[in-house]
Design a binder for this molecule. Structure first.
Ligand SMILES: Cc1cc2nc3c(=O)[nH]c(=O)nc-3n(C[C@H](O)[C@H](O)[C@H](O)COP(=O)(O)OP(=O)(O)OC[C@H]3O[C@@H](n4cnc5c(N)ncnc54)[C@H](O)[C@@H]3O)c2cc1C
Ligand SMILES: NC(=O)c1ccc[n+]([C@@H]2O[C@H](COP(=O)([O-])OP(=O)(O)OC[C@H]3O[C@@H](n4cnc5c(N)ncnc54)[C@H](OP(=O)(O)O)[C@@H]3O)[C@@H](O)[C@H]2O)c1
Ligand SMILES: Cc1cc2nc3c(=O)[nH]c(=O)nc-3n(C[C@H](O)[C@H](O)[C@H](O)COP(=O)(O)O)c2cc1C
Length: 502
């Protein structure tokens, strides 16, 4: 299923098309389905993304784990899987592959081959849906590809060139980090968002990197190359349309190398001389990046704000820059606009009632959606209690939005702020340590119906915070590890434990 909403949107699109073809489809969130219930269905289309290192998204975890030990047969079930993923991850589409294998082992019939979709999923998804629905057989005769949903004028396919209003570094001089607060105008675009949504940003590649690539190819950049949007000068094509990060397999193979970090490393290390046309055909499309929105439309009408950590590191004697985070940091303001679209995330929302307590864990850039949640609660006069756990390296240089948070505290919106600055003392102090220190109160907030939110680093922080949450429930709730796991699972099922991790 879905972590950031793509699979969910596609599932709804699939249901609409299935309805047109005479089926009576139901869209189910995997979190609400058990293996026994699956056995009662006869036709099943599964659309799922993959997270972490080949793991299921949060709302598919329970079913994924249940199916791995399920022993009854699903012999009346006919199914097909559409797996969403990203080939930059080693375990590409692993969750979809797992479901496919497991359903087959349990005796279900695969009626159409699995589709493993890249980030550019539109064509593969449409082809898969057509094949799968045709294979399921239909009462109706309609057999066209799915019609697009009613789309807003601006979308991922047609991003809005949003004026860049401000880019402000949130760190003080001397910081090892560079996090920028970025503001765009959405005035007149017709784009609307809710707190919890993400913004897609279309970046441009670094002009110096593009020049280095053109030089390494022995070109001057004026050579005409054919691209999906027509014929363009090589320089324009490289600046705007192609991913110059991790080299695609085709480029590695043609260059007779075994591996390389970036496309430029291939050109500098290979003896093969590429023509601009051959080179271009090996490259993948430059993809937009998603950022958790850090503003509330109720507090900043007509604007959308982001909190973006600049990715910079050195490798093999060459400074490397993350494409989008440094485009925003260095060039977006001067460029004037950036292509943006709203990426809705219904799985990450403040409680419907403004009276419900919120516990928010957002170290580093993970603070982004919680700034939005807090501003929203201030703007709507919501009375519920709000508790934020924030952390970063050093209080003096990395206390993001310090003044704003102080103002939200003074006005009574931010009830409690617990800080974890990891490098202000010898031993590391992280947000999860603060959670454990305040276990009794945290548990009391949960018992009072509180919602628990986590945003930020997926690979380390979110896992440790999850473990800490289990510990809090165990110690303060006097529960066994199994009882604590059931308690946390019940929070997830009730959508009171929501994560936006990346
Ligand atoms: C739903 C969602 C919400 C997000 N919200 C935010 C947010 O609010 N704020 C935010 O800052 N980011 C956020 N991100 C992350 C963001 O989308 C980008 O991934 C991030 O900005 C990096 O993109 P980039 O184009 O700058 O870097 P890229 O060009 O994509 O480069 C990043 C890649 O560089 C490599 N790399 C990085 N560091 C090193 C190193 N030290 N050594 C070797 N290789 C390295 C890794 O392969 C990494 O994947 C979010 C992501 C998602 C999916
Ligand atoms: N995979 C990686 O190695 C890596 C490293 C850095 C950033 N990132 C990515 O960079 C983006 C932005 O990161 P960011 O700079 O905003 O935040 P960040 O790197 O997550 O740092 C924010 C704070 O979290 C601390 N932290 C480190 N490990 C933690 C853990 N296991 N549990 C709890 N807190 C932990 C950091 O401490 P210390 O820095 O003192 O350890 C720092 O104080 C994210 O996408 C993140 O995934 C990834
Ligand atoms: C933190 C993170 C981890 C991911 N891990 C994987 C992975 O291991 N394998 C993969 O194929 N795709 C991975 N992806 C890509 C997602 O599966 C892909 O973006 C998908 O379209 C998201 O769909 P959703 O919006 O429905 O969650 C990852 C994405 C993120 C942000």
């Amino acid at each position: 299923m879905s972590q950031t909403g793509t699979a969910e949107t596609l599932a709804k699109q699939a249901a609409k098309e299935a309805g047109k073809r005479g089926f009576a489809p139901t869209v189910l969130d995997m979190a609400a389905v058990t293996a026994v219930q699956l056995a009662q269905h006869s036709n099943l289309l599964v659309i799922t993304s993959t997270y972490g290192d080949g793991e299921p998204p949060d709302n598919a975890k329970a079913l994924h784990s249940e199916l791995s030990t399920f022993s009854s047969q699903l012999s009346t079930l006919r199914y097909s899987i559409c797996a969403l993923g990203d080939t930059n991850y080693t375990l590409f589409c692993q969750c979809g592959k797992d479901f496919d294998l497991r359903l087959e082992k349990l005796g279900a019939t695969r009626i159409a081959p699995r589709a493993d979709c890249e980030l550019d999923y539109e064509t593969a998804f449409a082809a898969w849906l057509d094949t799968a629905l045709t294979a399921l057989g239909s009462a109706a005769t309609h057999s066209s590809l799915p019609e697009p949903e009613e789309k807003p004028a601006y979308s991922k396919q047609n991003p809005y060139p949003a004026p860049v209003l401000a880019v402000r570094n949130l760190n003080a001089p001397g910081s090892a980090k560079e996090v920028n607060h970025v503001e765009f105008s959405l005035e007149g675009s017709g784009l609307v968002y809710e707190v919890g949504d993400a913004l897609g940003v279309v970046p441009r590649n670094c002009p110096e990197l593009v020049s280095a690539i053109i030089t390494a190819l022995g070109c001057d950049g004026e050579e005409a190359v054919s691209t999906p949007v027509g014929e363009l000068p090589l320089r324009t094509a490289l600046l705007q349309h192609y991913d110059l990060g991790k080299p695609p397999r085709d480029l590695i193979t043609l260059s007779h190398l075994t591996e390389a970090h970036h496309v430029i490393d291939v050109l500098l290390n290979s003896d093969v001389k590429f023509s601009p046309a051959t080179f271009i055909t090996t490259l993948k499309k430059l993809q937009p990046r998603l950022y958790s929105i850090s503003s509330s439309p109720k507090a900043h009408a007509g604007q959308v704000h982001l909190t973006v950590g600049a990715v910079r590191y050195d490798l093999h004697g060459r400074p490397r820059k993350g494409v989008c985070s440094t485009f925003l940091a260095e060039r977006a303001l001067a460029h004037g606009t950036a292509g943006v679209f709203i990426h809705s995330n219904k799985a990450f929302r403040p409680p419907t009632s403004g009276d419900t307590p919120m516990i928010m864990v957002g170290p580093g850039t993970g603070i982004a959606p919680f700034r939005a949640f807090l501003h929203e609660r201030a703007a709507t006069g919501a009375k519920g209690k709000n508790w934020l756990f924030f952390g970063d390296q050093k209080a003096n240089t990395d206390f993001l939005y310090r003044e704003e948070l102080a103002a939200l505290q003074s006005s009574g919106i931010l009830t409690r702020l617990d800080l974890a600055f990891s490098r202000d003392q010898k031993e590391k102090i992280y947000v999860q340590h603060r959670m454990l220190e305040t276990a009794a109160e945290l548990y009391a907030w949960l018992e009072a119906g509180g919602y628990f939110y986590v945003c930020g680093d997926a690979s380390r922080m979110a896992k440790d915070v999850d473990a800490a949450l289990h510990k809090v429930v165990e110690t303060a709730g006097k529960k066994s590890p199994e009882e604590a796991a059931a308690y946390v699972q019940s929070l997830k099922t009730a959508k009171r434990y929501q994560r936006d991790v990346y």
